[in-house]
Design a protein around this ligand. Structure first.
Ligand SMILES: Cc1cc2nc3c(=O)[nH]c(=O)nc-3n(C[C@H](O)[C@H](O)[C@H](O)COP(=O)(O)OP(=O)(O)OC[C@H]3O[C@@H](n4cnc5c(N)ncnc54)[C@H](O)[C@@H]3O)c2cc1C
Ligand code: FES
Length: 244
């Protein structure tokens, strides 16, 4: 059930220079949450401004974790929090990725698209095989994964996270691909994975987060769908990438 709560901050850390990790106490055991689902979060200093959609990084009993890249005022405000503060939270929102039991899965994340795929990787013992690729600008944005790609070559392989996808799919007999990251990365992956079941977690500017304002509509299939309510996870082949 979607609720609007004021959640207590349990911990705030900075695992990388431009990132903040928040642990929030949901105050009750959390059940039925799936990777890809998100919360609309707002720090107290942002009252009167928009909530920010942030994917769940991890759920442990009644604790929710989020990994947030600081890009503007809304995300910057999370860095000012300390344990004991409160954050306004609306959620859980969205649909989440499908199950991976028995499947041979490739996870591909880029930049701040890391959290939902990192959560799937941690739960991947039910998969037949699961490989997580992460791409980012430099070592400063690197997080744990199986294969890392950096634009500047400062850590992992120099290049784009999409560079070896077709080889890896063939080598590991992949039958399911999940991705989350910048639109050009997702569009390129969709081209590379046309023959394979592929789900993407999409980003969009959001206001309400609950399907009321229609601010997050994207072209899907023959119509428009709402990232907050119908997504954020979509079948990649149904998105009209050239219209984004
Ligand atoms: C479903 C969903 C899940 C998300 N999960 C995460 C997450 O787990 N971690 C994380 O770090 N970020 C995540 N984001 C992105 C995050 O919501 C935005 O970065 C944040 O709202 C920016 O707010 P701001 O006030 O700091 O920056 P703003 O001042 O709003 O924007 C700063 C810059 O970021 C760009 N920007 C802002 N929002 C978006 C957006 N939605 N899509 C593309 N560009 C944007 C703006 O164009 C501008 O250049 C998610 C977005 C969605 C839709
Ligand atoms: S953010 Fe309002 S409808 Fe999606």
């Amino acid at each position: 059930m979607i609720t609007k709560d004021s959640l207590k901050v349990l911990d705030v850390s900075s695992p990388a220079p431009q990132y903040v990790c928040l642990k929030l106490d949901a105050g009750k055991p959390l059940q039925g949450l799936l990777p890809g689902m998100f919360y609309e979060l707002r720090a107290p200093s942002q009252k009167g401004r928009l909530f920010k959609p942030i994917s769940i990084l991890e759920v442990e009993e009644s604790t929710l974790s989020f990994l947030i890249k600081v890009v503007g005022a809304g995300t910057q405000a999370f860095t000012q929090l300390k344990a004991g503060d409160r954050v306004e939270a609306i959620g859980p929102l969205g649909n989440g990725f499908p199950g991976i039991a028995g499947r041979r899965v490739l996870l591909v994340s880029g930049g701040a698209g890391y959290p939902p795929l990192a959560w799937i990787k941690r739960k991947s013992d039910v998969a037949g095989f699961c490989l997580h690729l992460h791409g980012c600008a430099s070592a400063d944005e690197a997080f744990p994964c199986d294969l890392l790609y950096t634009d500047d070559g400062s850590l992992g392989s120099k290049g784009l996270v999409t560079d070896s996808v077709d080889c890896l799919i063939a080598e590991h007999n992949i039958d399911l691909v999940f991705s989350c990251g910048p639109v050009p990365m997702l569009a390129k992956l969709t081209e590379l994975c046309m023959q394979i079941e592929h789900y993407v977690s999409m980003e969009a500017y959001m206001a309400c987060g609950i399907g009321v304002c229609h601010g997050c509509a994207i072209p899907v299939d023959k119509a428009f769908k709402l990232v907050c309510k119908d997504g954020p996870v979509f079948d990649a082949t149904q998105i009209r990438w050239s219209e984004l």
